[in-house]
Write a protein that binds this ligand. Structure first.
Ligand SMILES: [Zn+2]
Ligand SMILES: [Zn+2]
Length: 417
């Protein structure tokens, strides 16, 4: 097999991997957006953007974060896209909320094939087995690729300190030893901190039950976190979600949502209600929608920037309130490209006087997780993608993998003979 990292040896997000068997079967793993919003590269024979004959036999999407799935709708209809069903539904739902209709994956425009975890399938002579990965995204997959007597593990994004972390070693033992490991290295070199376990965050959350009003900034697709918040607060506070979060969780079984959980509500502010798409469309399918926050009761609510005017108008009702920021802290740092989220958070803290608590843990692999992975799958060669190449990162990578680490640039190819 030949492996080419088309993109990703020096960037976080937007990674694209190409794998080719000796019989010329060609697949791509992940085709998402670049995180810096630069346009993704067009690969000849892959997308509808050129009139060339389809040059690939399949595309595998590891999970539904936009940096992995964002450009999948561009893929030519002749080329099947393999992914997890719930992952696709979550992606499509988010596209409606972001009004990115061109990114929605539809049967009429693409050939979509759903995979199940640990059920192998073939793309011609290449055998593919997806395994469940622990990540801040529902049903993320690690992909085992086998052909020509060789085994490659592409990890996608992963960690072992989340709710599915207990499966990490078990899954890796099933995968066994591999010839080549393509692993994410998002956090390598960027920090020395020890990542908190997802379950330990509930202790931090529970200390805040003394507040009557708890406002939460959290990704609508971070299902582990939403469940954690629900378990921490739903006994003492009314549990209220914004419409985007509720429409995501409604897609999944047994995850808190206002349609099937008796103690969960969906909040739509009066000005959001006026927006036909997507609110009008979703309100029709949502139970227990409220248009005012119950300021006289104890509640926890997930908030979005689009509620800013509503909160401003109810300034005098916001009392004994705290703000939990439960997302990547980079989004609210001074150097982040888009100041909107930072401005919103600052407004809530400075003008609405909410007490501020950043409570979060990374969705990505700690050094300890990477070392555990290495110990179990014993790769003969290693490529690190989804990484920023700081000098410190390079030093750490070399320390872990030593002479098995390939010094790869975007576009480089390795032939696993
Ligand atoms: Zn990613
Ligand atoms: Zn991800």
């Amino acid at each position: 097999m030949e492996v080419r990292i088309i993109k990703g040896t020096k960037q976080i997000g937007g990674c694209i991997t190409e794998i080719k068997s000796s019989k010329d079967t060609k697949i791509i793993i992940d085709y998402g957006d670049n995180l810096d919003d630069k346009e993704q590269i067009i690969i000849p024979g892959l997308t509808k953007k050129d009139n060339l004959k389809a040059n690939y036999d399949g595309v595998i999407i590891t999970h539904s974060h936009k940096d992995h799935i964002g450009c999948a709708s561009l893929i030519k209809k002749e080329i099947p896209i393999f992914l997890n069903k719930e992952g696709m539904e979550i992606h499509n739902n988010l596209c409606y909320f972001n009004r990115e209709y061109d990114k929605v994956l539809r049967e009429k425009d693409n050939t979509i094939k759903f995979f199940d975890f640990e059920k192998s399938f073939f793309i011609k002579d290449i055998k593919i087995t997806p395994f469940i990965a622990d990540h801040s995204n529902y049903n993320s997959a690690m992909i085992l690729i086998e052909a020509d007597g060789k085994k490659i593990l592409h990890t996608g994004d992963y960690r072992n300190h989340g709710k599915k972390g207990c499966l990490f070693n078990k899954v890796l033992n099933k995968i066994g030893e591999v010839d080549l490991l393509i692993t994410e290295g998002t956090t390598i070199g960027s920090s020395n901190r020890v990542f908190k376990k997802e379950t330990d965050l509930s202790k931090d959350f529970q200390e805040l039950t003394k507040y009557d009003q708890i406002y939460v900034m959290c990704s609508s697709t971070n299902i582990d976190r939403i469940v954690n918040l629900y378990k921490s607060f739903s006994k003492t506070h009314l549990f209220i979600m914004d419409m985007c979060m509720n429409s995501t969780t409604s897609l999944l079984k047994k995850i808190p949502n206002s349609n099937t959980f008796s103690n969960v509500y969906t909040f739509v502010s009066p000005n959001q209600k006026k927006i036909e798409e997507p609110y009008g469309r979703y309100i029709k399918h949502t139970k227990k929608v409220i248009y005012e926050l119950p300021f006289n009761e104890k509640f926890v609510v997930s908030i979005k920037q689009s509620m800013s005017d509503y909160l401003k108008d109810h300034k005098e009702n916001i009392k004994n309130a705290c703000l939990i920021y439960s997302m990547y802290d980079g989004y609210i740092k001074e150097d982040w490209k888009d100041p909107k989220l930072r401005d919103f958070k600052n407004y809530l803290v400075d003008e609405l006087h909410m007490d501020y608590f950043p409570i979060h843990t990374s969705g990505h692999a700690s050094l300890e997780a990477i070392k555990t992975l290495d110990k179990i799958v014993k790769p003969k060669k290693v490529i690190i993608i989804h990484t920023e190449k700081s000098e410190k990162a390079i030093a750490i990578e070399q320390e872990i993998f030593q002479n098995r680490l390939l010094d790869f640039q975007d576009g480089d190819i390795i032939d696993l003979k």
